[in-house]
Design a protein around this ligand. Structure first.
Ligand code: PLP
Length: 450
């Protein structure tokens, strides 16, 4: 339990009403599960809170612990729960499909796979229409890197410092945060200076960062590259947006060097940023390969690589296979998620509620010196805490303290960034303005006590 908050004038935040009572829970207690986890699960697993919650139910934007206590889910899995926990349409699609056939492998036909592939293609521009399904974002990015290398005949890939692209052999090389790397040998990935408008060495000057990529191509490679991979908004890296003008300039350099542009939409795609369906949209470039996972299955393991027929052709040179990728149960879920996003206009909601939430967070920034930066788009927002605005000294302890106390008030948010001092707010896209008020009020209340 975190420390008891002193009262100093800011009203106690009130959770919006929600008409749902989860069924009684009769399973093991949080203490029992925690003890079991310590003994039987990998010690690498970590958690956000001093005492992790035992979450036994989820409904739309809310989670429930073993006692039936309700929490506002401001993290949405990890930006995975796009249309809300246990959305009835998604549940129905999964149940219906699982009753008919759970797994048929790619050796046979099943329409659930093609239906989702076709629906995905309809959401992408140009000739991006050939889909290869995977189980995760890591697998999708591994495949994207392989395709780019095969297509171009070059091994050199450029990614950004502070990027997170996954944790298998190739993608760990593309990930560029020391705390997510183990022993990466000859990854063939070169890391460009991060075009981070808040902390980056060139401030908000997108062109200067883009020059660094040209430099990297000229001095770090043979001049011929396989591709450039980036997130339009870095998620794990602490919700970092690309400096204005960066992507079109980099795109030109990469194209001149014969490379492909890989958009990693694992976290920022699928309507999350509100103004667009994909994060890369609005930057004036069309990728050659788009990777996705997380929100496309609403929490069901599902990832995908989408590219053009011309590029996809390289995979016919040998056998390429993924046992569970494109499982009909997962793709049925994916199709249902997409339909819910459209039916409930969740992209518009992400824009409207996200803009409102950002406005309120910015007002909080005016009130507390502790907030150094508020950033992001739609319902992918970051709040960076610093103890000194000039020096941008990371306020890691304060970040943890505030998160813990917000949890006690009934609000769950994420944290991240290399320095561990950024709140990550990526709720289900059905988040409401009342939810946004509750989240900000809880942050305000907690900050007012430290
Ligand atoms: N790419 C991005 C942008 C991510 O945020 C992540 C995971 O956080 C990945 C790739 C890896 O996805 P997964 O954890 O599903 O392997």
């Amino acid at each position: 339990q975190s420390e008891v908050l002193r009262d100093n004038g800011v009203a106690t935040p009130k959770m919006p009403p929600f008409d749902y009572t989860p069924p009684p829970y009769t399973g093991p207690t949080a203490d029992e599960i925690f003890a079991q986890r310590k003994e039987y699960l990998s010690p690498s697993m970590f958690y956000f809170y001093n005492k992790p919650l035992n979450i036994v139910d989820g409904k739309r934007q809310y989670l429930f612990d073993e006692s039936g206590r309700r929490y506002l889910d401001g993290f949405g899995g990890i930006a995975t729960v796009s249309c809300g926990h246990c959305h009835p349409d998604v549940v129905e699609a999964i149940v219906n499909q699982t009753k008919r056939i759970q797994h048929s492998t790619i050796l046979y036909l099943n329409h659930a796979i093609g239906d989702f592939a076709q629906a995905l293609a309809s959401k992408l521009p140009a000739n991006l229409k050939v889909v290869f399904f995977t189980n995760s974002g890591t697998e999708a990015n591994e495949l994207a890197m392989l395709i780019a290398r095969l297509y171009t005949g070059s091994h050199d890939i450029i990614s950004l410092r502070n990027a997170y692209h996954g944790n298998a052999a190739g993608t760990m090389g593309a990930t560029a945060q020391g705390n997510w790397k183990f022993n990466v040998i000859q990854s063939g990935v070169h890391h460009a200076v991060n075009p981070d408008p808040y902390r980056g060495v060139f401030g908000a000057d997108g062109e200067k960062y883009a020059n660094d990529v040209q430099d990297l191509i000229d001095f770090g490679t043979s001049g011929h590259v396989a591709g450039f991979m980036c997130e339009a908004i870095q998620g794990v890296g602490g919700i970092v947006e690309l400096a204005q003008g960066y992507l079109p300039a980099v795109y030109n350099s990469v194209k001149k060097a014969g490379g492909l542009f890989i958009a990693d939409e694992v976290q920022c795609g699928f309507a999350r940023t509100g103004s667009n369906f994909w994060g890369f949209e609005g930057h004036g470039v069309v990728p050659d390969i788009v990777t996705m996972a997380k929100g496309i299955g609403n929490g069901i393991p599902l990832g995908a690589v989408v590219t053009t027929p011309e590029v996809a052709e390289v995979l016919t040179r040998r056998n390429y296979f993924n046992t569970f990728g494109g499982n009909p149960v997962c793709t049925a879920a994916g199709l249902a998620v997409l339909k819910v996003i459209e039916k409930e206009k969740l992209q518009d909601n992400a824009f409207v509620v996200g803009s409102y939430l950002k406005e309120r967070l910015n007002a909080l920034k005016d009130k507390y010196e502790l907030i150094g930066d508020v950033r992001g788009r739609g319902l992918m927002l970051g709040v960076e805490l610093v103890t000194d605005r000039e020096l941008k000294t990371p306020a890691k302890a304060e970040t943890e303290h505030i998160m813990e106390n917000m949890k006690d008030l009934g609000v769950l948010i994420g944290k991240g960034g290399f320095r561990g001092n950024v709140f990550r707010i990526t709720p289900p896209l059905c988040f409401t303005k009342d939810d946004a008020d509750f989240l900000v009020d809880a942050m305000d209340y907690t900050m007012s006590k430290i």
